[in-house]
Design a protein around this ligand. Structure first.
Ligand code: NOJ
Ligand code: CA
Length: 535
């Protein structure tokens, strides 16, 4: 086996990231809504857990048609979440614990209540008219082209005042910006610097692949049975409203800005594309995004062979020097303990072992450390318009409920007796306090695994080699001496181990074999994983 020795890259290469949905982490003023001081108050948990950076979903001013992803002011904090001073305090308190703070930037669209759009829709001559994408009706009075919104229905809404349609690839309350306009580009560069200058370590970039649209607004072609299932549901391939070649200019420019800071600022793209070559293109030649999210991984089934193939194909597709990023859950999909693991904690720990030992940067979603499943949010408690529209099929609110800090009234999240903005899940079954007190808990497992990552450079080495995987068994070497054995299936199997000498189990997902010696082979039952140090 060859071990590549590469110089340490930017900070995020060795980091473990942790996504926080700010309305659901900690509520310090008793209004049932999480806030920035509520995150600051929980930094002790994050330091104890051993993460390196948090990414916080949007904290900027928002009328909340899409809960923060409709921005009405890019340079201020939403009053429900706090103030700029609260953000500065959070960044400082996090820095004192060696934790970086990454924010969320939404460049594809604003809120329809953003002053730019209020001005733009007032008249065809408005100063900000060309900041958005306007087009005349089709000859029959209908939308200018066939594009559909990611949330369903046409991507165009007629604005009666000026008689033109405006583009919205999401809700009508989220008009798309016109990235062909240099004034828009200049403004976003200013916004980047505004936050970077405050010590913000980078941005997760919302729908990063979509920002630039076809200048001629051509119709998207229809799908066929070979297309991705999401595109098939929409009936069209997103050829002209996403992944346009010109988007790369934007990220090259942003990377230049990010590189002027010390440490370099992270650009982490929500590159929601199915094709791995397209995904790879967002890294550019080490001059675009620092990390680009891998949605095919997230949407794979939790089975050894397709997942392994996907990870291998990703490695092959990424340009030299590009570093993968992996996540199991986020605020838009069902949580992995439910979606991948059917609530089975044995499987959840296998998923965590995989996430935290793959070659690349892992991103935990708040609650992953507990093995937290989705919360059953009934229709009358839904707050997300997408979950209401697709009720029974797709429920984003189920993965956005408050962090369960304890089983007490208020869950340690809010004041006892206060109704949280989204309902609590099963507090007795999953909460931080109980799991901290239990050495065998998933929380302690996650923490022990993160500590091993820090202790052993092999676990973030550049090399990863298959070590004899077969059927439901996935085995890979990390660095020189680390071996990950995952049995993602049923039954008991005997696995021959690579390498001449004996080794030792550093971490067992079931915790009963920690420290055991292993030699030529291991017996392992289904849905169990071992991290082994080879001698
Ligand atoms: C992706 C975000 O993650 C999602 O929550 C949002 O609804 C859309 N982009 C639109 O901003
Ligand atoms: Ca609050």
């Amino acid at each position: 086996m060859t071990v590549e020795v590469t110089p340490r890259g930017p900070w995020w290469r060795d980091a473990v990231l942790y996504q926080i949905y700010p309305r659901s982490y900690g509520d310090t003023n008793g209004d049932g809504i999480g806030d920035l001081p509520g995150i600051t108050a929980r930094l002790d948990h994050l330091e104890w857990l051993g993460i390196d950076a948090i990414w916080i979903s949007p904290i900027t001013v928002s009328p909340n048609a899409d809960w923060g992803y409709d921005v009405a002011d890019y340079c201020d904090v939403d009053p429900a979440l706090g103030t700029l001073a609260d953000l500065d305090a959070l960044v400082a308190a996090a820095a004192a614990r060696d934790i970086e703070v990454v924010l969320d930037l939404v460049p594809n669209h604003t809120s329809s209540q953003h002053p730019w759009f209020v001005d733009a829709r007032a008249s065809r001559d408005a100063a900000h008219r060309d900041w958005y994408v306007w087009a005349d009706p089709a000859p029959d009075g209908g939308p200018p082209n066939n594009w559909v919104s990611s949330f369903g229905g046409p991507a165009w809404t007629l604005d009666p005042t000026t008689g033109q349609y405006y583009l919205h690839n999401f809700l009508p309350e989220q008009p798309d910006l016109n990235w062909w306009n240099d004034a828009v580009r200049d403004e976003f560069e200013r916004i980047l610097r505004f936050w970077f200058d405050r010590g913000v370590a980078g941005f997760r970039i919302d729908v990063a692949h979509m920002v630039v649209k076809d200048r001629e607004l051509r119709d998207n072609p229809p799908t066929d049975e070979n297309d991705d299932w999401i595109d098939q549901i929409r009936g069209q391939r997103p050829v002209y409203n996403a992944s346009r070649p010109e988007v790369h200019d934007v990220y090259r420019q942003w990377r230049t800005i990010a590189r002027r800071y010390e440490p370099e600022r992270l650009l982490l793209g929500e590159t929601h594309v199915q094709n791995l070559a397209t995904l790879a293109s967002f890294y550019g030649h080490d001059d675009e995004l620092g990390l680009a999210f891998n949605f095919p991984f997230l949407f794979s089934s939790f089975e050894a062979s397709p997942l392994r193939a996907l990870v291998d194909a990703t490695t092959a597709a990424l340009p030299h020097g590009a570093w993968p990023v992996w996540t199991l859950s986020n605020h838009d999909v069902s949580r992995a303990p439910t979606r991948w693991c059917e609530g089975d904690i044995a499987r959840v720990r296998c998923a965590l072992l995989l996430l935290l030992t793959l070659r690349g940067t892992p991103v935990l979603y708040y609650g992953d450390e507990l093995g937290l499943p989705d919360t059953d949010v009934p229709f009358d408690r839904l707050v997300d318009p997408v979950s209401m529209r697709y009720y029974g099929v797709h429920n984003r609110d189920a993965a956005r409920t408050p962090m369960p800090w304890s089983a007490d009234a208020g869950a340690g999240f809010t004041t006892a007796g206060v109704e949280p903005w989204l309902p609590f899940g099963d507090l007795a079954a999953y909460n931080v306090t109980d799991q901290r007190a239990d050495a065998g808990s998933t929380l302690q497992f996650t923490r022990d695994l993160l500590a091993l990552r820090r202790e052993h450079d092999d676990l973030h080495a550049d090399s990863s080699d298959d070590a004899g995987s077969f059927d439901d068994v996935w085995m890979y070497r990390r660095g020189e001496r680390m071996l990950v054995v995952l049995h993602l299936g049923e039954g008991r199997v005997s696995i021959p181990l690579p390498g001449p000498g004996p080794g030792r189990v550093l971490l067992d997902t079931q915790r009963t074999r920690d420290g055991d010696a292993v030699s030529q082979s291991v017996e392992i039952e289904g849905w169990r994983g071992l991290l082994v140090a080879l001698d």
